[in-house]
Design a protein around this ligand. Structure first.
Ligand SMILES: C[S@@+](CC[C@H](N)C(=O)[O-])C[C@H]1O[C@@H](n2cnc3c(N)ncnc32)[C@H](O)[C@@H]1O
Length: 271
């Protein structure tokens, strides 16, 4: 593991073209899980929402359509692709670790696949809870990639190579300060931060030919290339594992996306 001072701030490369493509693939894979969960909170016209670490902004744009002209959606990211926005959507460059957040300001906050990358995740979570109005909802969607077995591969050697690639990806994420298993800890972290009515929902996707989940993982072989090489893979192995994943027979289980909702208790609910 690298010493803290020399660790990058975020696991993935900041190359704009690679990030844009990652955000497109994330939306294709996970919006079908995230958006119905958000809808279940009852988010509607007039709500004030925050999408923290909003990436390509697909979730924030969906929220903006729900809250309409009487609501507000703030989308923040370390490097938003298009800062600015148009009412009800505002897009801001903002570092969740250091930059201020308003207190008791949001009816709904969503954070997807961000906190597991931040070593300061529990402190950030505390600030996100304080940014909710009493009674407001927080939804955190995060992965646990400890169990992602290959199910069908062209042969045994391909299965071994795929498994080796997954191990290198976990090592690369850890080296940048991420916790690739944090998804399983989200419900307890939200309870420790003072939230009530916790509702954890686990989701596993199938990585099969042409699927959004497989397209996302294939992109990691490019987006995390330098980190994967530092973790011990070679470019030749990366080419080989892409060939394995593009084989029509290939399929595998994704890691578990835990979508967890909790509510900030109102004053009368706090004993
Ligand atoms: C894996 S992407 C997820 C993007 C989006 N939430 C989604 O699910 O489509 C992680 C995002 O977190 C942002 N990010 C990383 N560190 C951050 C920080 N300290 N403050 C705010 N955003 C951060 C990155 O720029 C990136 O857009």
């Amino acid at each position: 593991m690298q010493p803290l001072a020399s660790r990058p701030h975020y696991s993935f490369s900041c190359d704009p073209a690679l990030s844009r493509e990652q955000h497109r693939r994330l939306a294709a894979a996970y919006d079908p899980i995230t958006l119905p969960r958000l809808a279940a909170t009852g988010v509607t016209t007039g709500w004030r929402c925050l999408d923290a670490g909003s990436g390509g902004g697909s979730v924030a744009r969906w929220l903006a359509r729900r809250v309409g002209s009487t609501g507000q959606v703030l989308a923040t990211d370390l490097a938003p692709p298009e800062p600015g926005g148009r009412p009800p959507l505002t897009v801001l460059a903002h570092d969740l670790r250091h930059d201020p957040l308003p207190e008791a300001a949001f009816d709904l906050i969503v954070v997807r696949l961000v906190l597991q990358h931040l070593p300061e995740r529990q402190a950030v979570l505390g600030r996100l809870v304080r940014a909710l109005v009493p009674g407001g909802w927080l939804q955190i969607d995060e992965l646990d990639i400890s169990y992602e077995p290959p199910l069908l591969t062209p042969d045994e050697q391909a299965a071994r190579l795929y498994t080796r690639f997954l191990a290198a990806r976990s090592a690369a994420l850890r080296a940048a300060g991420a916790d690739p298993h944090w998804g399983r800890h989200v419900p307890a972290a939200m309870r420790a931060a003072g939230l009530a009515d916790l509702d954890p929902q686990p989701h596993i996707l199938l990585r099969s030919a042409g699927s959004a989940a497989l397209r996302l993982l294939l992109h990691h072989t490019y987006h995390l290339r330098d980190q994967l090489i530092a973790a011990g893979l070679t470019d030749r192995q990366l080419r080989q594992v892409r060939t394995v994943m593009r084989d029509p027979v290939f399929c595998a289980a994704s890691g578990v996306l835990y979508s967890v909702q909790g509510r900030r208790p109102r004053a009368e609910e706090v004993s």
